[in-house]
Design a protein around this ligand. Structure first.
Ligand SMILES: [Zn+2]
Ligand SMILES: [Zn+2]
Length: 330
């Protein structure tokens, strides 16, 4: 015969009971099951609330990255000098061909309502002004706009990131920031370099410019609030992270960790790929043809991993291969 449950919360008699209910063992089992069920329900609610504050991708504008980039070679024939990828209609990624220069750097072109920002200008000899100009023309047509000012900035001053500067100076409505620390500080109006980031508005598109000296003295990272992308230059990318100044580099990585704390980071995009798709393995320096290279994007997890490693090294940088990058003292 079935017994109507008595809703006795602490005694657990609020579940439907069976004729065997009076057995002490069954009572205990029923109680434990009930408590487990309650814990599960409460845990489910807490998970929902943990994810709820930032629905729909956290409010950032989405975009796509290619699964792989066109490999340069194996034979260098009439390869285009740049592969252009539209992340979204206001952000273009330009990758220089290894047939132009083995460094194969990435350049980024971001559009706001009033200004566009080109981050880096490439390596060696190539026609970067042509490709940037044609992208700007396409964007103007698409947005029914006559003019957009172009600001040319650099992640840092190494030659594989600034080679196209002279060409770009010839474009109309263009300002090329000199790749030197003083010029960067002055243009972006830094007051407390390198400890305090500043903002720069492209017109309804605010960028945070974060000083990260260490790979090179004028290095900056750029955080794009619109897409949630953190651009890190040669300071963090899937490849060899050359550390020129150990103290400055360590402080800069901690600064990036602190800056990104609590912020959405959709991708960490650096300016080269030197890792292979095989964990811990990089292509030899100077490799042109990389048919099995690592993806471009890293995430905040790799930033935290790098920060932990640097803390342990305590200023004595040693070469160490991680799954997605290699720390490399200079
Ligand atoms: Zn560099
Ligand atoms: Zn570089």
């Amino acid at each position: 015969m079935w017994i109507v449950p008595r809703f006795k919360i602490f005694g657990c008699r609020w579940l439907a009971a069976t004729p065997e209910y009076n057995s002490a063992a069954v009572k205990r089992t029923q109680c434990l099951r009930a408590i487990a069920l309650m814990i599960f329900v409460l845990a489910s609610f807490s998970q929902v609330y943990a994810q709820a504050p930032q629905p729909k991708g956290g409010g950032v504008t989405p975009g796509t990255l290619p699964h792989t980039w066109e490999p340069s070679g194996p034979q260098c024939g009439p390869n285009p000098q740049f592969q252009v990828h539209e992340y979204n209609p206001d952000l273009y990624i330009l990758r220089e061909s290894g047939c132009s220069n083995y460094e194969k750097p990435f350049l980024y072109l971001l559009f706001g309502r009033e200004k566009a920002l080109l981050l880096d200008t490439g390596a060696g000899t190539m026609d970067v002004a042509l490709v940037v100009h044609s992208q700007i023309d396409r964007w103007l047509q698409h947005n029914h706009q006559q003019i957009v000012s172009l600001i040319v900035a650099h992640t840092h001053s190494h030659s594989d990131h600034i080679s196209g500067d002279q060409q770009l100076k010839s474009l109309p409505h263009t300002t090329v920031i000199e790749p030197k620390t003083a010029a960067v500080q002055s243009f972006f109006n830094f007051h407390n370099w390198p400890t305090e980031p500043v903002t720069y508005d492209l017109g309804d598109r605010i960028l945070d410019i974060i000083p990260i000296p260490g790979h090179e003295a004028s290095s900056v990272a750029v955080y794009d609030r619109q897409t949630g992308i953190l651009f890190t230059g040669d300071t963090l990318y899937p490849g060899r992270l050359y550390v020129q100044d150990a103290t400055a580099f360590t402080l800069s990585i901690q600064r990036l960790v602190d800056f990104t704390q609590g912020k959405i980071v959709t991708h960490v995009l650096g300016n080269h790929i030197e890792q292979t798709h095989t964990p811990h393995l990089d292509y030899p320096i100077g490799t042109v043809y990389q048919p099995d290279e690592h993806e471009l994007a890293l995430g905040r997890a790799q930033l935290l991993e790098l920060n932990d490693a640097l803390k342990k090294m305590n200023g004595h940088i040693v070469r160490m291969a991680f799954r997605d990058f290699t720390i490399w003292p200079e």
